[in-house]
Design a protein around this ligand. Sequence first.
Ligand code: PGA
Length: 230
Amino acid sequence: MKFLVANWKMNGDVEFAESFFEKINSIKTENQIVVCPPFPLLYKFKNFSHSLGAQNCSDRKNGAFTGEVSPLLLQNLGCKYVIIGHSERRRIFKESNELIFEKYKTLTELGINPIICVGETEESRPQWRDILSIQLSKFKEDANLSKAIIAYEPVWSIGSGKTPTTSEIHEVLSFIKQTTNSKCPTLYGGSVNIKNISDILQIPSVDGVLIGGASLRIEEFSEMIQCIVC
Ligand code: PGA
């Protein structure tokens, strides 16, 4: 069983969600599929046969935080997973490691599984070990880490069509497993598509993939989720 997490980012509309649901809901697979649409489309996934996730959440449970989205509400809408620390949140919205850790604590307290994204930029590629160690430093000692999933997404690979080699992915994910004492599943994300998914899923340290752009191509995604790699 491998995780396939679909991150729609800020894409899709009501009609797209309906077509996606119709096509994907009926597919039987051994894999664990997690679909993360934008917040306003979550309600379209009621009684979904796969798992539902969100792309972000507040670090607070509820209260006077205008424009924020409560993890309690996400749970209420059926989300079992929430992506936190995506590089777009870190880079564009200036989210810090501290804030991401606060979100993680709130989610694990509620029994929601955080999908923690980490990864280096193109410039910092030679220092990836240091970057990942800093991004993971608060998490690695935490007793709840076994409830989380860690996704390695090199920033230079996201949406670029460029991916690390399979041995580079293996080296980084093995490093993450070592750093965290193998407490949680490790995913790879960044330009995963129908052409490279089987090679990536065959890497021994890869427990699944996080898919952005290709998850919006319904036919391609439906083929991807049926990809069985033993
Ligand atoms: P991509 O995005 O598959 O379009 O590269 C992955 C992600 O950002 O989660």
